[in-house]
Design a protein around this ligand. Structure first.
Ligand SMILES: CC(C)(COP(=O)(O)OP(=O)(O)OC[C@H]1O[C@@H](n2cnc3c(N)ncnc32)[C@H](O)[C@@H]1OP(=O)(O)O)[C@@H](O)C(=O)NCCC(=O)NCCS
Length: 166
């Protein structure tokens, strides 16, 4: 299917639509997720967060939040969500690729997420070694993934991940 989709950095005007998309995708349980707990610690990076627009409406969103762990720092990717009517046409993958490219261009050291390896692996994400980092709430260690941009950046992440401002 060929659809007119515009990708652009997020702005505050998109917030209500993004909240609705995330509620639809993750339900009320989203507030109890480990990554949500970290993101509660401060703002996300608007310049590195993107929306997909169709017909003037937000149809998908990816956010990036600055985090630290030990002497390492990174961006936490998520939430990533696509409105159900627009799933499986490549929008999620494209948003991840755009966010990674923006992180690279900004000289960021690495990007971390909690997610499914079968989906994110082909986009360049690799498992973080078991026990190297922890989250403020339990997560399946096989779902802790990272893309290294600057050499040594993933190894520098140790211990509990928290928001860079927390
Ligand atoms: C997961 C999600 C972001 C994918 O976005 P999308 O735009 O529909 O996906 P894309 O079109 O980029 O990719 C589709 C492909 O990924 C696969 N895929 C989707 N979710 C997957 C998952 N969790 N694990 C493995 N593969 C997955 C699809 O089967 C499809 O495969 P195909 O290309 O072989 O047909 C979207 O389905 C969504 O919003 N889901 C609900 C929220 C969510 O789970 N977010 C991710 C949290 S980590």
């Amino acid at each position: 299917m060929s659809l007119a989709v515009i990708y652009q950095p997020e702005s505050p005007a998109h917030d209500p639509e993004i909240d609705a998309i995330n509620e639809e995708a993750f339900g009320p349980g989203r507030f109890t997720r480990a990554a949500y707990k970290i993101r509660e610690g401060g703002p996300h990076e608007r310049d590195l967060s993107f929306v997909a627009m169709h017909d003037g409406t937000v149809i998908a969103s990816v956010r990036m939040t600055r985090i630290v762990a030990g002497r390492g720092r990174a961006l936490l990717l998520g939430p990533l969500a696509v409105r159900p009517a627009f799933k499986n046409i490549g929008i999620g993958r494209r948003l991840v690729a755009i966010a990674l490219e923006a992180a690279r261009n900004a000289g960021e050291p690495c990007v971390v997420l909690v997610g499914d390896e079968p989906y994110y692996g082909p986009l360049g994400f690799k498992r973080i070694a078991r026990g190297q980092i922890t989250m403020p709430r339990p997560v399946d260690p096989d779902r802790l993934l990272a893309v290294e941009i600057l050499s040594g950046a993933v190894a520098a992440l140790t211990g509990e991940i928290r928001h860079a401002d927390a």
